[in-house]
Design a protein. Structure first.
Length: 123
């Protein structure tokens, strides 16, 4: 494996790990574990599923490093789609509409798009 490929692999793995941990933290917040002020069980469930998928993807990139690009694209695309659904629920008033929620969604979309772009560009 060339240096650029191993560098690309590390970049993708870091994005997927960061995103997975961010979704787990959001889920724990919405389940009232990290903060009782932002409880919203349906949001916690969705964020938990997305976080688990990302973390499974991260582990999978260690098991199958040659598949890092495909795994990175797949799990981040899934997470981006789920996040866009979350944004839609905020817009229509079903999901939580707090400033931290809106900020989280904006920041995680940027991270997901950036990570997805990195994975797509990987050779």
């Amino acid at each position: 494996m060339s240096t650029s490929n191993s560098t690309s692999t590390r970049v993708i793995r870091r994005f997927v790990l960061f995103e997975g941990l961010a979704f787990v933290a959001a889920a724990l917040t919405h389940f009232g574990i990290l903060s009782a002020a932002y409880r919203h069980r349906p949001a916690g469930t969705a964020e938990g599923v997305i976080g688990i998928v990302l973390l499974i993807g991260w582990v999978s990139t260690s098991i199958r490093p040659r598949s890092t690009r495909m795994i990175g694209v797949t799990v981040q695309a899934f997470a981006l789609f789920g996040t866009l659904v979350g944004i839609f629920t905020i817009i229509v008033g079903v999901g939580p509409r707090t400033v931290p929620d809106i900020t989280y969604h904006a920041v995680i979309v940027v991270a997901l798009v950036w990570g997805l772009a990195a994975a797509v560009r990987m050779k």
